[in-house]
Ligand binder design. Sequence first.
Ligand SMILES: Cc1ncc(COP(=O)(O)O)c(C=O)c1O
Length: 384
Amino acid sequence: MKKYFYNSHYLNSNDLSTVIDSLKRNTLSQGSYQKLLEEKIKKKFNVKYCIAVSSATAGLHLAYKSLGLKKNDYIITSTMTWNATTNAAIFCNATSKLVDISDKNFCIDTKKLENFIIKAKKKPKIIVPVHFGASLCNLRKISQIAKKFKIKVVEDASQAMGASYGKNIIGSCKYSDVTIFSLHPVKTITSGEGGLVLTNSYKIFKEVKLMRSHSTFKSIKKEPWSSKALKIGFNYRITEMQCALAYSQLKKLDKFLDKRSMIRKEYMNQLEEYIGSIEFQEINHLDQSSNHMMIIKFNSSNFNLQKKYKIYDFFRKNNIYLTTKYYPLHNQYPFFFKKKKYPKSEEYYLRTFCFPIYYNLKKKEIIYITNLIKKAVNIFKLNV
Ligand SMILES: Cc1ncc(COP(=O)(O)O)c(C=O)c1O
């Protein structure tokens, strides 16, 4: 029987033929598909500059570095994100401070963020709002705080390609200095592995572009036969095959988003009578979601870790491989903080699972999954 996971990519024959076309061209890296992809992204997301890189992690690293993050500096982000957000700060010899999430949309709690920054003797260098699952951070508030305290903003929009914050498409950098997208296979569109750095700042663009390839440059006038570096750089280049795939996938972005939105609606329709026992991630009605994750929270007062194991096993026996995204960062390397500092993230981690949501998921499969959710609520007495 078919196995179900929380997310999956979708490829069609156009994707395959575009990748093959990239192989037929002379250049395998830093060629015409990279240019095409970057140009198309700039237009689609209404932003001045785009640099395609090997992953979103690489993009975050370059963005932080371009903003001058260094030893004794720190970034501030939410404890509910993938390790990449904070690892990229370690790559810059800097550290991270964590803030708890809102218990409704599971994104950074901006009140707590503001309180932290007001009280902090040394202010963070960068605020990194992570658009999480299906929801977007309160960018207006974050940008107000950042302006007041002269802090930079890097949106980690790895999960949010195609989402809009009010009327502003994520990627336009209306409220931030840089936005990062991931092209990992579970994301809205994929290149296998890959990332995109978007900015309206020419200075950031130049820096990121240079560091993508060891910061080496050619002088046309002096010794034009060679290239040299004046500072550290990296190999964060992305191949032409990957750019070709992302370029082809981008044509399907709207189709992917529509389907994800329909799937979320179907879950909500099927489970309408169970609202209360279960809860969905809150999405601001003014925003358009990328619906990256279908997070369901079990609200019952008798819910505990043992029940979570039982629910997990129950779904696994029925071929649904559940996951909880993420293990809270504050309990992992290099943080290991006391749990009580982040009660909402702890609660979220205990009570949620991510259910399947992806382009190829059929209505009858959603009904199969939601029937299992109903059964689980009844079997494990989760409606109290
Ligand atoms: C919030 C967040 N940030 C960063 C990343 C890193 O993306 P990549 O795997 O492209 O480096 C991910 C990927 O899961 C993510 O979800």
